[in-house]
Design a protein. Structure first.
Lengths: 195, 195
DNA sequence: ATCATATGAATAATCATTCATTTATTTAGC
DNA sequence: GCTAAATAAATGAATGATTATTCATATGAT
């Protein structure tokens, strides 16, 4: 049954990613997810108790993956300012490489804090904190101004990246390539906060 | 009938703002909007053809208001860098003063480009362009580096503000006051892009 | 009296969820 | 290694709940 490494469980998550990305959570029909996964409607209810649970499970999975990946990459850099650059590039690359996931994070993450009342998105908080920690480290090394508040800085930087992601996801043609955007965004931010 | 200055039309928009803000568009019931507005369910259909149309009308109204207000305020400042500061402060004040509207713009605007397929949010584009124009002006006056791309800069800045807005809207207690946040965000950005 | 507005109960469509039934897989006896 | 219970998974048509929308009727204004 509901084993996470189970074949059908995976198929449902994968299908739901595509279906949710297409029209958002509310417009997505369970029967459409089933069809996309190539299984019967009822089968979904062997693996998930409610439609909502599919979305929550999907988040957890994707965010864990993103978070682990980002942590690993950040560790490869020792200079905090370089870490910020790498964060930007990796974040945007992730969006580019996984459009469906990006749409979910873009569209659904926004609603999530509303409709998943009690669901506190721990993984997202950790993701933001990765940035906060880099800023803190930079301050301690004297590379970043001492008056910078990590709690504000991390949101400013994430917000900037995130807005570019939305633009990327919603655009048909891409005016700027990922590398250019990442370079610019991280440069504004680094110049803005460095000592 | 559907006159925009009509009393009931206004009441519906106002009620819908509150109801949509509470649980998002999809969870909001038309009957609840009617109840909140103190009118009968059917009356709503005299003024709006579909539930969706209420949301669209609501956007247009609020965004027009925000846009006009912002334009007026920006004109009071002549220094482009000061304009950026003022933009940040005003944007965040707006969120603070109008939490329901902010939640709608935060939560629903995100979905909008998905669920209102053909609805191109012109007012939002104009809002972003206000920032782009300030950056352009700053470049021309030699106050902003010539390699800054307004199309990226405007999104980075808006994204930063917007992420802080979301944080503000979703937080019970507010760790930082609006003025502090506005000052920090605009400082990061101004330092990041100035000559 | 006529026309415009407003009402809210009734309608109808939409989907999430269930469950009686079928199909597949495992276990145990020989 | 084979067969037959026994158990687990999967099916999809039927159910039931929810709600957007309609419309026959009522109310109020001119």
């Amino acid at each position: 049954m509901g084993q996470k490494n189970n074949n059908k469980y995976r198929k449902i998550i994968s299908a739901a990613t595509r279906v949710f990305a297409k029209n958002g959570f509310y417009k997505a029909k369970v029967s459409e997810i089933a069809k996309e996964a190539g299984i019967a409607d009822g089968t979904i209810y062997i693996y998930f108790k409610h439609k909502d649970d599919i979305l929550i499970a999907l988040f957890e999975e994707k965010m864990k993956e993103v978070l682990d990946n980002m942590k690993k990459q950040i560790r490869l850099e020792s200079d905090p300012l370089k870490k910020i650059q790498r964060f930007a590039l990796l974040h945007l690359k992730l969006i580019e490489d996984n459009k469906d996931m990006a749409e979910i994070i873009q569209i659904e993450l926004r609603q999530s804090s509303k409709f998943m009342k009690n669901y506190h998105n721990e993984k997202f908080v950790q993701y933001l904190d990765l940035i906060g920690d880099i800023i803190q480290e930079g301050k301690e090394k004297g590379l970043i101004r001492s008056d910078i508040i990590p709690g504000i800085g991390k949101r400013a930087f994430f917000g900037a990246l995130d807005e570019m992601s939305r633009f990327w996801v919603l655009s048909k043609r891409h005016k700027y390539d990922i590398e250019t955007v990442a370079k610019h965004i991280s440069n504004y931010f680094i110049n803005g906060i460095k000592s």
